[in-house]
Write a new protein. Sequence first.
Length: 470
Amino acid sequence: MRPAPTILHLDMDAFFAAAEQAAKPSLRGKPVVVGGLGPRGVVATASYEARRFGVHSAMPMAQARRLAPNAAYLVPRFSLYRAVSDQVMELLRRLSPLVEPLSLDEAFVDLEAGGVAADAPAARATGERLRRDILEVTGLTGSVGLAGSKMLAKIASEQAKPDGLVLIEPGTERELLGPMSVRILPGVGPATGEHLRRAGMTTVADLAGAGEDELVRLLGKAHGVSLHRMALGYDDRPVVAERDAKSVSVEDTFDVDLHDRVRVRTEVERLADRCVSRLRGAGRSGRTVVLKVRRYDFSTLTRSETLRGPTDDPAVVREAAARLLDAVDTTGGVRLLGVGVTGLADYTQEDLFAQAAAEEEARTGGGRAADEAAPGPAEPAGSGPGPDASAGQEPAGPEERRWMAGQDVRHAEFGAGWVQGSGLGRVTVRFEEPGSVVPGRVRTFSTDDPALEPADPLPLVPGGPPVPSA
């Protein structure tokens, strides 16, 4: 424990939903829910207005719609969230070289390492200045907790929500923690909380009074010792600037179970390409490819294959994932697929045997012809004719464009706007921008209107840096 509250925890307030409200003037002060909009989607973030109806993160979207039928339900726009997160993290790095991001909207900062605070008054002034800077740069609010340890700083930021600052003076930890639920402590989830409740321990004071020996008997040595120390207010975990990722993965849950084996394979290849894109974006390579399949009955299978060396080649990862899929029975249907890469490294070691086989196949003309090869990065998987396509079939008509609620668009005549909803061949758009003072006008178009196009998000603060494409 530090003698001064020089560890800061920042948590942006309802980050995804708040960003949507800032971008869409018509939604300010109204319930907003961001997440997957399909029947199997889950809530990523709910605005404080939506939380009053009982909506919360990780809730099934169908349940959220029952609780708050009049809320705005929007798809996530991660390119916007990442751009805003980068702005916030840059402000934190101006305070200290020791910044530990936990997610896009949350981080610890060691103020002592940055030389910006040595006592409580200086720490409070730094925290208040940070909140003002975040509001000015992003237009959003964040809550700040200050304490002598990471655990207490996070508890303080929770108490500060929304849009506040709480500082816990060293020496007051036990008095503060005593009446709180055991679930407030790191490492106490639902199962551990229920186990402790059955033993008669529901508050942090109960844990402190039980003693270390009793907690070790109940939870084991490592967990019991750690939990007892935290119940007494002790937490000496340092702020770590760089966290070494152990894996990179992507997964998709499908609104309707997939039964077509060809479609399942196509989705696995698409996920493999997305996974490698993330891998390359992080400047890493990996040696073990992992396939995750959740079947119609919720049973989940995981299969893995270790390559000869680390790779970031999408073809190698695709082929490995396809081989793993061949060993999985998907007859009854698939509701979720995932592809991941573990055993990360900072270099690649190309599979020379696979390269030689590919070169031999290309030289001899074996396998599929060039015009039947799998789509490359510029051609999305599934865009070409399927395996059942045959000569003499009538060519399929143009596929109707899909417009998702919350999606950014631009109209040749009316300018920038966002999709409020679509269906039955029509799409409704509200034309407004983040800097608008009043809600914009609503217009409806045909889904194939050539004047309407998808667009990149606009910066939340007028004059801010452009948001990169998703």
